[in-house]
Design a protein. Sequence first.
Length: 314
Amino acid sequence: MSSKILIIGACGQIGSELTARLRSIYGIENVIASDISYNNSEVVNSGLFQILDANNYTEVKKCVDRNKIHTVYLMAAMLSAVGEKYPMKAWDLNMNTLFHVLNLAKEGFIKKVFWPSSIAVFGPTTPKENTAQRTIMEPSTVYGITKQVGERWCEYYFNNYNVDVRSLRYPGLISYKTKPGGGTTDYAVEIYYEALKTGQYECFLSKDTRLPMMYMDDAIEGTLQLMDAPAEKIKIRSSYNLGAVDFTPEEIAATITENLPDFKISYNPDFRQAIADSWPQSIDDSIARQDWDWKPKFTLKQITDVMLTNIKID
Ligand code: NAD
């Protein structure tokens, strides 16, 4: 049976690191990376790559057919901050692409699907601390609405059409390899670049805005672990809560100052503050830990060490 993998949106923040990891595990001949543009030279040049518009069902089907794809990782989406600027485009992209992939799986062309959800499925009425898997979910951003609706559809396709779709509610992800793509947690990457480049950072969130975050390696390992788990262990077919660390801008800045004593942070909250205020501060991921042994490795201090050591300023 074919074990070929297609990554859609492979040039993005998560897709690029996922692609590298999947290529190293399954071999470059078995992993096809795709994106709407050539915006990551490492992804484009270090294995099979094709331009693919995930909005175009016919093209996605053609690619799946031609390459005998077994598993799809659907990483193309419009993120929270950009989504608020283009609500209808965010809705169209985030929903159409999911339906295309779910329908290909329903029709038997694909055997397994990974689709990422987000902590943005929660909203201002959700209890903020140690937010449970099942709780009040009234998202107030278009991005959060697409993720919540997407989760419902994933569960529906599993229940009604036996589609093996698996999903994680990622928190804000931090990595030095690829810059983030327009989310509300982007500050937690930008801050390291600015600390090294200019020694200062103006944060678009207030100093005490606590949000759940995760180092990219943990997110990638969690994703692979979920996808490798036997189907009977996957008890949640909407999307699993996934936690690692949580911190405020003031706390992340303090870890930077330990390494760069002259670093200065200032605060100038913009429209993203309201988005952040609607999200949980910390996540209860006990069901993921119980069902398929999820366990993150990186603490905030370790994240800061890795980021400051590895970011290269031109
Ligand atoms: P990103 O914006 O960095 O990357 C998305 C990629 O999709 C880009 O390379 C873009 O070119 C591509 N793309 C856009 N439209 C496309 C189309 N029509 N066809 C094909 N490709 C297209 O996003 P990311 O941060 O890598 O996020 C990936 C997924 O994970 C998204 O679903 C996002 O909602 C989710 N997520 C991300 C985070 C995070 O902190 N990065 C947190 C929670 C959830």
